[in-house]
Design a protein around this ligand. Structure first.
Ligand SMILES: [Fe+2]
Ligand SMILES: [Fe+2]
Length: 406
């Protein structure tokens, strides 16, 4: 097959990106496109607006939602350690071992997936002009033909840029016509005008309350911002999409609530983001991890992931801060004498933007003003749920409720 590869931050994905994919597919040069949302882009390390998993799942939902045929989204950059230089990513992506499995997992017929493939690197005509300054451009050309898009009325001298690449690096360059508008992700997030963002992405952004004041992470230290991005990448291997985005949403909301109620914002971001990190580990592993954090305090299957998460974060990420670890440990049950950080993570878990198990509007409104009252409303909802299911309320939750005068 002839395979186009399209890398980018997609922060957020916009109609210009979609036009690029569609025009490349229509060019007749290629049979399919693999989109590769960046993880640690060499140009913008940690300066993206959103951590990688949001951009990956937003792209996936957009391609699915728009029904773009022969277009697949790859998470290959999650398996690259350090900066995801194009040359490094391409070496992995174009290897037989990866590409065959990837195509088959995207429902490409085995016979097609296993034939010989040719690869094309999709790029704008403007980037073609700077290609020779990239990291190991000669190596990139060992894997791909450059596939540059030209827009009608484009004033870049594409032929000249292509000739220069051919002469200096000896690679192949092909040019295709791009039918579509010019947009930029940064202009979209700066202006707040999302009209050039495709509908499925708009819905994704709305569901997770992205590109808002809360996701700007203002007041968060650079080190913690970096840690948050790295945690998001690390958790990608342990959690499915829905839960991963949930736990990251709790990070953002916890940081916001820390602002409102005068708690340490950096700690709230990290504790919230990590609170469900162990939830999809095998139960026996959760059990062992839980024991190492809190002995026999928790035995119920559904609760194990909380102390297990504290252990997992401590052992895998080296997090030693007791307040962060306890906020993770008690996020499901609460306990007596909870500190501010524990309350914030407990609450954020129940009301982050993507939660919709009941009408959360009143609790969300209360959470902006009065922590205790929002906690009381949440605990009451939990109690009602348990009573209706005939389940016992955990003794530590009972202690928390007592503290809340319930
Ligand atoms: Fe949880
Ligand atoms: Fe959770």
């Amino acid at each position: 097959m002839r395979i186009g590869i399209y890398g980018g931050s997609f922060d957020p994905v916009h109609n210009g990106h979609i036009a690029m994919i569609n025009s490349a597919l229509k060019s007749g040069f290629i049979d399919c496109v693999i989109v590769v949302p960046s993880v640690r882009n060499s140009f913008k390390l940690y300066s993206n607006k959103l951590p990688p998993p949001y951009r990956f799942y937003m792209m996936k939902e957009t391609v699915d939602g728009l029904g773009i045929k022969n277009c697949y989204v790859s998470d290959i950059e999650y398996s690259v350690e350090g900066v995801s230089y194009t040359a490094v990513v391409l070496e992995k992506l174009t290897s037989d071992a990866y590409i065959r499995n990837f195509l088959i997992s995207n429902d490409v017929k085995r016979k097609k997936a296993e034939e010989h493939h040719e690869f094309f690197w999709i790029m704008g005509s403007d980037t073609l002009g700077t290609f020779e300054t990239w990291y190991k451009p000669g190596e990139i050309l060992n894997y791909v033909t450059l596939f540059a898009a030209v827009r009608p009325g484009d004033d870049t001298d594409v032929e000249k840029a292509a000739a220069s690449v051919r002469k200096n690096l000896g690679g192949n360059v092909e040019i295709f016509r791009l039918k579509g508008i010019e947009c930029s992700s940064s202009a979209i997030t700066e202006s707040g005008d999302f009209s050039e963002v495709p509908e499925p992405a708009v819905e994704f952004i709305r569901r997770h309350a992205l590109y808002t004041e809360n996701t700007k992470l203002s007041g968060i230290s650079d080190d913690t911002r970096k840690q948050f991005f790295e945690i998001a990448v690390w958790m990608y291997q342990y959690l499915g999409g829905k839960r991963l985005l949930h736990t990251l949403n709790v990070g953002y909301l916890s940081a916001h609530l820390a602002d409102v109620f005068g708690c340490d914002k950096d700690k709230a971001l990290i504790a919230g983001a990590l609170h469900d990190c162990a939830k999809e580990l095998p139960l026996d592993e959760q059990f062992e991890l839980a024991k190492r954090y809190s002995g026999d305090l928790f035995t119920e299957k559904k609760l194990l992931h909380s102390p297990a998460g504290a252990s997992f974060a401590r052992e895998q990420l080296g997090i030693e801060d007791k307040e962060i670890l306890d906020a993770i440990c008690y996020h499901t049950t609460g306990r007596g004498n909870m500190n501010l950080l524990e309350k914030i993570v407990y609450l954020a878990d129940k009301i982050e933007p993507a939660r919709n198990y009941t009408d959360l509007t009143p609790i969300r409104a209360a959470a902006e003003k009065n922590l205790e009252s929002a906690m009381r409303m949440t605990a009451a909802a939990v109690r009602d749920k348990f009573v209706s299911q005939g389940r016992d309320i955990h003794p530590m939750t009972v202690l928390m409720m007592k503290d809340l005068n319930m």
